[in-house]
Unconditional design. Structure first.
Length: 585
């Protein structure tokens, strides 16, 4: 299948080769991915009465990241494609790590991505009574027993992948004794860690997950939904498959690490003789220059390496949203990478490209100067200002134009001037002309420096009054065009420039201490930037293209006194040199 064929190249090929692969793919007729093929075969065979019912089942123990976004798009997208349903279910079986904050953030993220679960929001905790009764049923079938071994002893008894495990001395308790002990576990008679309920399967199984796995453990903790009703909680593997069954899920789509759990998923459902969904695994999303583990992301948050789960450097959905990503760009990214059966690392540049394509169409252009250098236009009339027309978005004529003010004193980027410039420097330099965007041609005639430091403090220029709008009055060519703001009509803003969170492509592949590879320059805060006055009334979340600088988003930290912009990404696309690199392959 097309997506499976090219996705396998992600691990081995340079990023620019991936783009060519994708470009070639887009020119071909779209085919089904392997999950869609399975579903269509089920529909042809009238399996599940030709119904499709999926679910997105996050654990509320952290914020969702871009990998979850792929799963959200897949599960809700499959349901939509086949006129089915998709549930949102919180697998909240571990009160030690779960919080209402995470529940709320997950709901916000799923809705922001553009998906709706209708009235089908559920919790595993909704089924705690049923799960308990199903555990009782397994005991009565002789398929579960209460074990007194400690966690350390259970680990020792389990053996290794090369060595069979050893049966627990409590494995052959009678059904009556197991029922009595399990009911007393529920009643709170025993201390945490002193007893667990285990499935009785096969201690010599080559699959470690089948060696009498735990079903229930004692944990005296208040649950965010059930309070103190329970002091025993089901394990994830048990609760997950039974919850799928209770909800009549037809296709339980999950990531590849759950493939080895599938025999246990099937065993529970077969032994209980209840509705049996089909578990299908796909490759999880691993993104370069970041980590995709909620546990490790939580370390970064709790140890203050980042400002929170929604720090714009984080791969969380909330972090991407705050940085300036759009739901459309993330959905397009998920669609582009497709669905594969083998894990790999996706170059983050592909995600960035999806955002550029989206914002290029949507974001209004504005002019801002990040590192201002004062320019005085000597022959421009003192005290005069004039309004010039500027295009809001050349990709969308319906966005129209806006008025920007021009005056005797303006500011340009300091990097747009070189006193001693190389031959191919086409910006401003002494004695040479440059075009001001939407304005006039100007020529530098004098450079003023600080007598103590030698730093350039201002430039003196002349302008050509006949070049209004940046048009040449006599056909002479001016190669350089730079942006600017008027001293009369600009205001201070704060700009935060973000880079990749880690300095290496795969931090987890280096050594155990992944935090050694954090990028100390992943954020740079600029306090004295200047923006055109049209940005004075912006709202948090609005996105713009700062001409020649990149795409920026208004941060939630903004207020009336200080507007803060986050750079989502620069204008340059890393696919720009694709032709040369492909020739070398």
């Amino acid at each position: 299948m097309i997506y499976e064929n090219f996705i396998s190249f992600f691990v081995f090929l340079p990023f620019n080769s991936i783009k060519q692969k994708i470009m070639d793919t887009k020119s071909e007729k779209t085919s089904l991915n392997f999950i869609q093929s399975i579903i269509e075969e089920d529909l042809r065979n009238n399996k599940n009465d030709s119904k499709v019912h999926t679910r997105f089942p996050p654990e509320p123990n952290g914020y969702l990241h871009i990998g979850h976004a792929k799963s959200i798009c897949l599960n809700f997208g499959i349901a939509k494609k086949y006129n089915g349903l998709c549930n949102l279910r919180f697998d909240d079986t571990n009160p030690n790590k779960e919080d209402v904050e995470y529940v709320d953030s997950i709901k916000e993220d799923v809705k922001w991505l553009g998906f709706d679960w209708g009235d089908r929001m559920y919790y595993a905790s909704d089924y705690f009574d049923k799960l308990y009764n199903y555990a009782i049923q397994l005991i009565k079938l002789g398929k579960a027993y209460v074990c007194d071994l400690s966690a350390e002893e259970i680990s020792q008894y389990r053996g290794t992948p090369q060595k069979p495990g050893k049966e627990s001395p409590y494995r052959n308790r009678s059904i009556e004794e197991n029922l009595d002990l399990f009911q007393r576990m529920r009643a709170g008679e025993f201390k945490d860690g002193t007893k667990i309920l285990r499935a009785k399967i096969d201690m010599s199984s080559p699959n470690m997950h089948m060696r009498d796995p735990a079903i229930y453990r004692i944990r005296r903790m208040s649950h965010h939904r059930t309070g103190d009703k329970w002091c025993i909680y089901p394990m994830y593997d048990f609760a997950h498959c039974v919850s799928d069954s209770i909800e009549n899920i037809t296709h339980s789509i999950c990531t590849l690490e759950f493939e080895v759990h599938r025999p246990l998923y099937d065993w529970f459902l077969n032994e209980l003789n209840i509705f049996h969904p089909q578990q299908i695994e796909f490759a999880r999303l691993n993104l370069s220059y970041t980590v995709m583990s909620k546990r490790k992301l939580m370390e970064l948050v709790e140890e203050n390496y980042v400002s929170g789960w929604d720090d714009p450097r984080m791969p969380t959905i909330s972090g991407l949203r705050r940085r300036g990503y759009t739901p459309e760009s993330i959905r397009n990214f998920a669609d582009t990478i497709g669905v594969a059966k083998r894990d790999g690392i996706i170059d983050v540049a592909l995600l960035e490209h999806s955002l550029r394509e989206d914002l290029n169409k949507k974001a209004n252009r504005v002019m801002c100067v990040l590192n201002p250098l004062k320019v005085i236009i000597d022959n421009y009339p003192e005290g005069q200002t004039e309004e010039l027309d500027a295009v809001n978005n050349p990709e969308d004529a319906s966005k129209g134009t806006r008025k920007i003010k021009f005056s005797k004193v303006i500011y340009i980027e300091r990097d747009d001037f070189r006193e001693e410039a190389p031959r191919k420097f086409f910006r401003l330099k002494p004695g040479k002309e440059v075009r001001l965007r939407y304005a006039y041609f100007i020529k530098c005639v004098d450079v003023v420096k600080d007598p103590n430091t030698g730093e350039i403090t201002e430039l003196h220029c002349t302008y050509d009054p006949e070049s209004k709008g940046g048009k040449s009055p006599d056909g002479r060519k001016v190669k350089g065009t730079i942006h600017w703001v008027s001293a009369e009509d600009s205001f201070n803003i704060e700009v935060r420039l973000y880079d990749r969170l880690f300095t290496v492509e795969n931090p987890l592949a280096q050594d155990k201490d992944f935090k050694k590879y954090l990028n100390k320059d992943s954020i740079k805060i600029l306090k004295n930037c200047l923006a055109e006055s049209s940005l004075k009334d912006v709202k948090a979340g609005e996105k713009f293209q700062f001409e020649r600088l990149g795409y920026f988003c208004v941060d939630k930290d903004s207020d009336n006194e200080n507007i803060v912009f986050n750079r989502a990404l620069p204008l340059r696309d890393s696919w720009a040199k694709i032709e040369n690199k492909i020739k070398k392959l």
